[in-house]
Write a protein that binds this ligand. Structure first.
Ligand SMILES: [Zn+2]
Length: 84
């Protein structure tokens, strides 16, 4: 699981890319767990002979989860001061 840099997107929003690991498994295969926290992957897609699983613990590892509110406030503050 990895998180990118915060950056301004073309629509003026402050955004961040996130890479969430996912795998394809055959029936009977062991469901993988997050190497960081051990949370089992969540099934996201299912076909007769294969199923897609994806890490289900994004929030647990988001380094900005707590700081995000503060960042948004700072960002809005910067915009406001630019229009003065
Ligand atoms: Zn995890």
């Amino acid at each position: 699981m990895s998180f990118g840099e915060w950056q301004e997107w073309q629509n003026g929003m402050l955004g961040q890319w996130v890479y969430v690991p996912s795998v394809w498994l055959k029936p009977g295969d062991e469901i993988p767990t997050c190497p960081d926290c051990g949370t089992p992957f969540r099934k996201t897609q299912e076909y007769p002979n294969i199923a897609g699983y994806q890490a289900n613990c994004l929030d647990e590892h988001d380094p900005d989860r707590i700081a995000q509110t503060e960042r948004e406030r700072l960002w809005l503050g910067a915009k406001a001061s630019a229009t003065v």
